[in-house]
Design a protein around this ligand. Sequence first.
Ligand code: PMP
Length: 381
Amino acid sequence: MRVPDAPLDMTEFSERVEQVSISGIREVFEAAGDDAINLGLGQPDFPTPSHARDAACEAINEGVADAYTSNKGTLSLREAIAHRYDVDWGIDVDPEHVIATAGGSEALHIALEAHVDPGETVLFPDPGFVSYDALTRIAGGTPTPLALRDDLTLDPATVEEAITEDTAAFVVNSPANPTGAVQSEADMREFARIADEHDVLCISDEVYEHIVFDGEHHSPLKYAETDNVVAISACSKTYSMTGWRLGWVTGSNRRIERMLRVHQYGQACASAPSQYAAEAALNGPREPVDEMVSAFEERRDLVLDELTDMGLEVPTPEGAFYAMPKVPDGWVDEVIDRGVVVVPGDAFGERGAGYARISYATGMEELEDALDVMREATRAI
Ligand code: PMP
């Protein structure tokens, strides 16, 4: 029997969910042919390091990954995460103040759920990662997208001016998706000061923390004097582990305790085999990360040179694996019609209009072919 469609005014879906639609990026993939070169993906084209895979297999075969772990994740994984904060960024993190999550996505979700009340606003970069808007709405909050500087970084002054009595949180994302922009140390100090002085939560999305070519990654976690910063990261990008779904959030005890309530009922714990893989990735040799970052840098240089040579204006992406050139009207469609998938900038917010996001997480040869196509498309319009 066919389930009848209900008339719209009889919908029983929540208003929060009715406000959210499936990401515009998918539509672009569907528009492209099967043999298209896909520069639309937010996923590294490298294998997960073998020691991480092996650790998961071992845990499975030895039967230690069969059961729930502690809600926060295994202590040894949380120790490995805390150790990296210490070694990589000189930040002292208590393993008890970490929750292992189903990717950075769940970490963002529980951070917003735990801190945003209906009617409160959340500030975030525009163009910015698509989840900030959607997860704010799902938490019952009101999204407030913020304009970026010409170099596509977020000006702390813009955040400070936008804060009102109703602001629950602001999101900082460096290195950023979709822009590749990296915030300076001075900016991060300012974000920490703003969180402290205005008593507003700063959610720092650092999933690309290790993929930086120019300058260095800085976390506002290091500079805050209050507990008003929570940091989010994941194995997804750093260790090419998007499919393993393993991320985390760290913050003060009282914040972790609130986020854990959401995580406990929504997730119970992150997947146990993935926790073992993540621990091995975090504690293992750094060469796979270094090799991947060098490859991304080489590709970044190529993409930047070629796009500039075509006459496009491209703010220099200093991290992640995206470039975001300003493009003429019709450019994205022309490129897609010629068999290369790029994402229109307005998929990341209204102010992304007139830009395109190009992911260079793809092999050099394919990238060169795709750039030839972009050159032809640029000439044609
Ligand atoms: N934050 C940003 C900025 C991202 O680009 C992504 C993934 N595209 C995420 C968070 C979520 O990462 P994960 O795959 O670990 O859920």
